[in-house]
Design a protein around this ligand. Structure first.
Ligand code: AMP
Ligand code: MG
Length: 487
């Protein structure tokens, strides 16, 4: 048995999903398999070869014990409510329990139409599949909460988009696929009983310590708000732009989910948007905290019937939790930035320093990722890396002097501080030009650049001279980078 499936959602949440089947792939071929992840999950592939894995993880011959279902959900997409979304190109094979007892969903993404596909084909093209694999594994390596990628399999079929592409299926691992939009679906179509059932399931599965709360649904809201604030602060810290922060793409587990037109920022600009479908910049880098506030307000609305059922007076408490999000986010984000800057204990002058940084980075169009590594180099007595990022020797000099003065409040040896900074500030991220190059090559059958890039971004912190080309922004970012919605 490769997966020792358990089916808690299927068994206890009837009415919240539809049974699903996979499309038969033409000629499945394994593109990637995440051995270390399989080991950590206790997934035993034993003697299975690449062809058997490819068949199993493309829908050709499902693994023993699988019980495929597609989840129902709704969602606010770019601010507009879509009452009926659901897994249109994904299905859950089942859940597994890792050796430490943690429960995970094993999902195939791109395995053909389901009851929720509307007019879509339920398929995925190789580019978005390999992008999600690469970026989610990079995020995991940087310690950012995320769904993981267990495998990518080419189907041998062609998928029609603006043109045709080779098709592929991603095996996604998530601590669950319950989204804000899942709550919205049951709040919109069914009302309190279903919301309570979903909330109870979510609490049992993710936050069992909340069962004893006076109002567990209110406690769930509080917990999810905290997790989303922490998640987005981590995104901001690594320059990540999700690109489609619709409520159906917000997992209540606090993991990053649904890697579509996401990308990492190069030269800093707070309004950076990469997604071709986000013309108004709704999901720009700097708007992600506000959008989190907005999304959590939608989550609170969906949960209200459950919160109210326990105690009508708790509705005001829910409102207060939502109102407090900007302040709550700022505390978490300041802590994230302090760590990146090598600042130790919070101090009131930090806030000004951190706020001022972003104006400086923007004014001088500084590469966001390299900047923090360059600061650590400065602590080691090497200013060359920083100089190379700045237009002239005087640029940012006053800010650097302020930063230095802040550091000196604490007696920490510069080298020790530099090492601590390098341990949290990635040197190697999936840079857009590298990702595009790797995906273009993979599209025509050459996986080598993608495999090389994957290895690099799975090891984000420690310098390797042979990886120098991966540590820099594109030579000239002449054409702005654009990513397309990853279907
Ligand atoms: P996403 O852009 O991944 O957040 O997807 C938004 C919604 O569209 C979800 O309900 C997806 O299941 C659905 N969807 C996206 N692509 C496809 C497709 N190729 N076929 C069917 N449904 C899709
Ligand atoms: Mg989605």
């Amino acid at each position: 048995m490769v997966f020792a499936f358990d089916h808690s959602f299927y068994e206890s949440m009837e009415g919240f999903y539809a049974p699903a089947t996979t499309a038969m792939p033409e000629a499945p071929k394994l593109l990637a398999f995440n051995g270390p992840l399989a080991d950590s999950l206790g997934v035993a592939i034993g003697e299975l070869g690449a062809d058997e894995l490819a068949g199993m993880l493309s829908g050709q011959k499902l693994p023993d014990g699988a019980n495929p279902i597609a989840f129902a959900y709704a969602g606010h997409q770019f601010g507009h409510f879509s009452p009926q979304l659901g897994d249109g190109r994904a299905l859950l094979l089942g859940e597994i329990l890792a050796p430490d007892g943690a429960r995970f969903d094993i999902q195939l993404k791109g395995s053909g139409p389901t009851a929720f596909s509307r007019n879509g084909d339920g398929k995925a093209a190789i580019g978005p599949v390999l992008r999600e694999y690469l970026v989610s594994e990079a995020m995991a390596a940087m310690g950012v909460p995320t769904t993981r990628s267990l495998a990518a399999v080419a189907t041998g079929d062609r998928v029609q988009r603006e043109r045709t592409h080779p098709g592929a299926v991603l095996t996604r691992v998530a601590s669950s696929h319950i989204r804000v939009g899942t709550f919205q679906f049951f709040a919109a179509h069914f009302g309190a009983d279903h919301v309570i059932q979903l909330s109870d399931y979510s609490i049992r599965r993710h936050f069992s310590e909340l069962v004893e709360s006076t109002n567990p649904h209110l406690a769930l809201l509080d917990r999810v708000i905290g997790l989303q604030c922490s998640l987005v602060a981590r995104w901001m810290g690594v320059g990540f732009i999700h690109g489609v922060m619709n409520t159906d793409n917000v997992a209540i587990s606090g993991e990053t989910i649904d890697y579509g037109p996401c990308a990492f920022m190069g030269r800093f600009a707070v309004n950076t948007v990469f997604s071709s479908i986000d013309a108004n910049g709704r999901y720009a880098y700097g708007r992600q905290p506000q959008i989190t506030h907005w999304n959590m307000a939608r989550f609170a609305e969906a949960l209200l019937p459950a919160i109210h059922a326990i105690d009508p007076a708790d509705v005001d408490k829910a409102k207060a939790l939502v109102d407090a999000i900007p302040a709550r986010f700022r505390v978490i984000w300041l802590a994230e930035m302090r760590t990146k800057l090598g600042l130790g204990q919070p101090h009131k002058a930090d806030e000004q320093l951190i706020d001022a940084l972003f104006g400086e980075l923007e004014q001088h169009a500084v590469d966001f990722t390299s900047f923090f590594r360059a600061l650590a180099q400065l602590l080691r007595g090497d200013g060359a890396m920083l100089q190379a990022l700045l237009p002239d020797a005087e640029a940012m000099a006053p800010w650097i002097a302020d930063w230095w003065a802040q550091l000196e409040r604490e007696a920490i040896a510069p080298l020790e501080r530099a090492d601590a900074m390098d341990a949290v500030n990635p040197l190697y991220i999936p840079r857009n030009h590298q990702v595009e190059h790797a995906l273009e090559a993979a599209e025509v059958g050459d996986l080598a650049p993608w495999q090389a890039l994957l290895e690099v971004v799975q090891n984000p912190y420690v310098v390797r001279s042979e990886w120098d080309a991966y540590a820099h922004p594109a030579p000239a970012e002449a054409a702005p980078h654009v990513t397309f919605c990853g279907t």
